[in-house]
Write a protein that binds this ligand. Structure first.
Ligand code: GLY
Ligand code: MN
Length: 350
């Protein structure tokens, strides 16, 4: 059974309209958001326009029929003609398109079945080829970290360091997995600080959270380094976060509940009185999207499976003072995991 039948069966529908960019990349192998994929029982078609039809035919032509057309009327006509009775659509569909689809559904008497993401569940377990792409994205990320360390000097601005980091990723032929986070000193206490013109001073921590996208697949890494002498309190907090990262990686294996890994690390940080400063989940899945299932969070109901790729990213954020996060990305295996992140995570003082 092909992936398209698996998808329709899993959703218990006989057609699906896919508009989630990550699902479209997953189903087509083509990293292009300007399209709509329509899956029916007898065909899967890729609707795009003349800006992309040539590339699309070359990349997806064997799997999907490429159509120079739009959601309405072309894709909708294909669904109506298929005689489908239950048609899934995902939560990324815009409201204007939804109205067109709803009108088509009432005219052709088919039921619309909303779902979070048509292929999100299929994407949780990665294939060998997907893991290879993620591994390559991480190799690039590790190389960029090595190259960037000598550029971290007193007086550089956050936006300058972020630009150098992103240039290094792009010049290796990769894309950015997301807008890199570069935060100095007190700015690091916002886990997702926006880069600013803050200049680096001695005694600052430097948090860098960045990743490459290779053949459509992301990597995600955070390293926190220091410039010049830091206080004992900063040093102790760093060692606690490092221990949390190491223990988190050690706790990952198939069959373990995601929320139990998160709870274990929260407990570990509590021993050092730091759990109240750990304000986000321990980790998340990584793949075509930078954040995907499964989440390692207190609310997760999922269990780790072999072939999941997840981050382990404990952090401590002291408002007005500093932040520390150390993030690795691992592949879940039967009795443990493979850490794809090679960059040094011992405290680096520049
Ligand atoms: N690297 C960004 C994040 O995980 O939220
Ligand atoms: Mn992350």
């Amino acid at each position: 059974m092909g992936v398209f039948d698996v998808l329709l069966n899993a959703l218990d529908v006989d057609a699906a309209i896919v508009t989630d960019p990550a699902d479209m990349t997953y189903l087509s192998g083509y990293d292009n958001a300007d399209c709509v994929i329509v899956v029916t029982r007898d065909r899967a078609a890729y609707f795009t326009d003349a800006r992309y039809t040539e590339e699309a035919a070359r990349i997806v032509g064997e799997k999907l029929k490429v159509v120079d057309g739009r959601l309405a009327p072309d894709a909708l006509q294909a669904i109506a003609a298929s005689g489908a009775k239950r048609v899934a659509f995902d939560s990324r569909l815009d409201f204007a398109s939804y109205r067109l689809i709803a009108a088509c559904a009432s005219e052709n008497a088919f039921e619309l079945v909303p779902c979070d993401g048509v292929a999100a569940k299929l994407r949780i377990v990665k294939s060998r080829a997907e893991i290879d792409a993620i591994e390559r994205a991480q190799e690039i990320t590790d190389k960029v970290f090595e190259e960037i360390l000598p550029l971290i000097r007193e007086g550089i601005a956050e936006y300058e360091l972020a630009a150098k980091l992103e240039y290094a990723i792009l010049s290796k032929g990769a894309k950015l997995a997301f807008d890199s986070i570069v935060a100095f000193g007190e700015n690091g206490s916002s886990p997702h600080a926006h880069r600013s013109d803050r200049r680096l001073k001695r005694g600052d921590f430097v948090t860098m959270d960045f990743g490459a996208k290779w053949q459509g697949y992301c990597s995600d890494m955070t390293r926190t380094v220091a410039l010049g002498e830091i206080t004992d309190m900063q040093r102790k907090a760093y060692q606690s976060v490092l221990a949390a990262n190491v223990e988190g990686v050690a706790a990952v294996k198939a069959g373990v509940a995601c929320r139990d890994v998160d709870a274990k690390i929260r407990k570990l940080l509590a021993k050092d009185g730091l759990d109240k400063f750990f304000v986000h989940s321990l980790g998340h899945g990584v793949g075509i999207d930078i954040h995907e299932l499964p989440n390692l969070s207190p609310r997760s109901e999922l269990t780790l499976q072999r072939g999941n790729v997840v981050t382990i990213e404990p952090g401590v954020y002291i408002e007005g003072s500093f932040g520390i996060r150390i993030e690795d990305m691992v592949v879940v295996e039967k009795g443990g995991c493979i850490d794809l992140t090679r960059s040094d995570k011992n405290l680096i003082i520049l």
